[in-house]
Design a protein. Structure first.
Length: 329
């Protein structure tokens, strides 16, 4: 039985990935920070097959203990402070966790492997936010990185550190440059879930308005369940590499609003949506669209859920949640 260690296991991607690996027969271990972490209840309730290990990306000794306890064949480093807006408010903490945490994981793997670093395969969760002020459209693995947020800068550090350990020590270390991926498990602070939740509440007369920032920002949005499949495929390759994972389509926040409100029978959303400068980024990333040709050709991967299906899935889930009929996703 293969063994996998997942950091960030309580997040959206971690939960989808844990289910995927469990379905493939893996023994799954999840790293959780703090004994009294309230998110542990999520694992016990939704993912009872996950063995919970206590650890902190900022504490190398705790990571070494987690490696010793799990002795993994594969490691998926998804743990990070991942909310971009928060990274401006807490740039130093974001840097410590999202950047230095990657270095700690790589070093823990190197030390645990006792010189045989190739036997453990490592996945690093890189991000399309690394492209920032995009230098070409669409963005591929070779596009110059120009991050526009502390989060993006931290992800660039982790991305290049992963490449450095791969080239310096011969690690089987791959990075997935994932474009925006959403699901009903997305946190309520992210714009897609913020919209779907508000739409459900507005339809139920529990809320009257929705306040957003830049409605013209464009993103390449896909389904998180598809994207964790790409993570797994990367670690099944004979040689490690970096891959862009995206739908290769771009949509604006306005398009998301159109589909979300229409799903509950509201054709004109303008009376319900307000804009507030406090939700504008200090340095906006206006257009992100990926070129996933390499992943499609080498990994045999492609998205299975369309943008419209994704929006409907999220709205339907929040409508069910508001009505007390929520189901697991």
């Amino acid at each position: 039985m293969a063994r996998a260690l997942i950091t960030g296991v309580t997040g959206q991607d971690g939960r989808y990935l844990a289910r995927l690996l469990h379905g493939k027969g893996y023994e799954v271990f999840g790293l959780v920070r703090g004994q009294n972490n309230p998110k542990i209840d999520i694992l016990h309730r939704e993912l009872p097959f996950v063995t919970v290990l206590n650890g902190d990306l900022l504490d190398l000794s705790s990571l070494l203990r987690a490696f010793a306890a799990s002795d993994p064949d594969e490691v998926y480093n998804l743990g990070a402070i991942s909310y971009v807006a928060y990274s401006w408010e807490n740039a130093m903490l974001t840097t410590d966790v999202t950047a230095k945490g990657v270095l700690n994981m790589l070093e823990a793997l190197r030390l645990h492997s006792n010189g045989d670093v190739g036997r453990i395969r490592f996945y690093q969760a890189s991000s399309s936010e690394m492209y920032g002020k995009v230098q070409e459209v669409p963005q591929s693995e070779s596009t110059l990185l120009w991050p526009r947020s502390p989060y993006g800068v931290a992800k660039v550090f982790g991305h290049y550190m992963t490449i450095n350990y791969r080239e310096s020590y011969g690690m089987h270390a791959s990075s997935g440059i994932l474009f925006n991926h959403e699901s009903p498990l997305r946190g309520p602070e992210f714009v897609t879930r913020k919209i779907s939740s508000a739409v459900a509440r507005i339809a139920a007369d529990l809320q009257t308005t929705l306040t957003l920032g830049n409605l013209d920002a464009q993103r390449d949005w896909g389904f998180a369940g598809d994207y964790v499949d790409a993570m797994w495929r990367m670690l099944q390759q004979d040689e490690p590499d970096d891959y862009v994972i995206s739908t290769d389509e771009t949509h604006s926040v306005r398009e998301y609003l159109d589909l979300a409100f229409a799903r509950v029978g509201i054709d004109d959303w303008s009376p319900y949506v307000e804009q507030d400068p406090q939700f504008m980024r200090p340095a906006e990333v206006d257009l992100l669209i990926g070129d996933s040709t390499k992943a499609r050709e080498r990994l045999g991967w492609k998205p299975t859920i369309s943008f419209e299906q994704l929006v409907h899935m999220m709205v339907d889930s929040d409508v069910a949640r508001v009505n007390g009929t929520a189901v697991e996703h």
